[in-house]
Write a protein of this length. Structure first.
Length: 387
């Protein structure tokens, strides 16, 4: 029981803090032996920006204006908006703009199907993907494409920034803090070797390396980028190319999004077998397991196990260390509970929001795993009935 407790605690610590500390040490050592790469733009490649928009009439005008204001030569910049299945005025708002290639069918088959349909129309050597509800900084495209001077780079991920306003609840404040930490980890990941995924708000790939992923893919952005990494290419990270997005309206909405991402994370683990095989690309595998797989699999369960085992060890041993650790855990989860109460009462004390968001995030992983298993069992049952 003692061994299992310390092992659980160690994995939890490594997943959320230890990996970041280790990364920092590794890149400090790397800097001693190699100089940072300087990226200087020589020629601008032809770029295609792909935006999949479904029922985005509240945001689409702002997205169009933002896109047309991007600092990139018009003769080297193709813009494609896809609005498959939109039932509001999204298509109506897009069509008047001659600078935009508008693609639409009445049937809604999902984002991945829409992207697959648009790929044959792409003329750029670089594809930039961006969500319809995010706004890019003016220099975003130039900041992304500068990395492609390195022939080893197959994809470049931009930064996701969460706009937290004065009325931020636990979801907004916690989500903003989480993405700031994620951005730092991604910066260090790339400096060590490669990023391990991309956020759909803003990322780019070499068009020639695009591999269509399964239509039922839940987190297509992550899968598209990682399939390129599995080919031996690097996923760069550029924090100066960023997509700004308003935080989820409340924790309920953020929880739904996190559950979906967690289900997609489990799905991607089963499909990205090369990424988990150290005999293919050992450093990538180390980063992938440390940064993604642990978070999406065992760690949330080990958090619960460590707490239960801690209580058992306090009850069965006379070691004061276990009492101190248990008090620390109770204090942390107590702060998370207070964060929950404060959110429901609209009280803005952000120091309680981070532990609350941490608990929400890990609950979402457990719920996401359950949803994925349930969906797979249902699909297997339906297949068996067809036989």
């Amino acid at each position: 029981m003692i061994t299992l407790f310390w092992l659980s605690l160690a994995i939890v610590f490594y997943t959320f803090l230890g990996y970041g500390l280790l990364l920092y040490i590794l890149i400090r050592l790397k800097r001693i032996f190699s100089k940072p790469v300087q990226h200087v733009l020589n020629t601008l490649p032809i770029v295609t920006l792909l935006v999949a928009a479904w029922n985005e009439e509240d945001m689409i005008k702002q997205k169009i204006n933002n896109t047309l204001a991007l600092d990139y030569p018009a003769d080297r910049f193709q813009i494609i908006f896809i609005s498959d299945g939109s039932t509001d005025r999204t298509l109506e708002y897009i069509q008047p703009y001659k600078q935009i290639v508008s693609m639409h069918i009445d049937e809604r088959n999902g984002k991945m199907a829409a992207i697959k349909r648009a790929i044959p129309a792409v003329t750029g050597e670089i594809i930039v993907f961006s969500d319809a509800n995010t706004l890019l900084n003016e220099q975003a495209i130039k900041e992304l494409v500068k990395h492609y001077q390195n022939k080893k780079v197959g994809a470049v991920a931009g930064e996701k920034r969460i706009l937290v306003n004065a009325h931020a609840d636990a979801s907004s404040a916690g989500e903003g803090f989480y993405w700031k930490y994620e951005s730092k980890l991604k910066t260090w990941d790339y400096e060590l070797y490669s990023n391990v995924g991309a956020a759909g708000e803003l990322f780019s790939i070499r068009t020639a390396l695009y591999q269509p992923v399964e239509t039922d893919t839940i987190i297509d952005d992550h899968m598209i980028a990682m399939r390129i990494a599995e080919q031996g290419f690097i996923i760069a990270y550029e924090p100066n190319a960023y997509a700004s997005e308003t935080a989820s309206a409340n924790t309920k909405e953020e929880l739904k999004r996190k559950i979906r991402i967690a289900a997609g994370g489990i799905q991607s683990i089963f499909r990205l077998k090369k990424s988990a095989n150290p005999f293919n690309h050992p450093i990538l595998t180390f980063q992938y397991l440390s940064h993604r797989v642990l978070r999406w699999t065992v760690t949330p369960f080990l958090i619960i196990l460590a707490f239960i085992l801690n209580i058992a060890l306090v009850a069965t041993t006379n070691n004061n260390l276990y009492i101190v650790i248990l008090i620390a855990q109770i204090f942390f989860y107590g702060a998370a509970f207070i964060g929950l109460i404060f959110e429901r009462r609209n009280i803005k004390i952000k120091s309680f929001f981070v532990p609350y968001y941490f608990c929400v995030m890990n609950y979402a992983v457990i719920a996401g795993i359950g949803r994925y298993i349930k969906k797979n069992q249902s699909a297997a049952w339906e297949r068996s009935l067809r036989k």
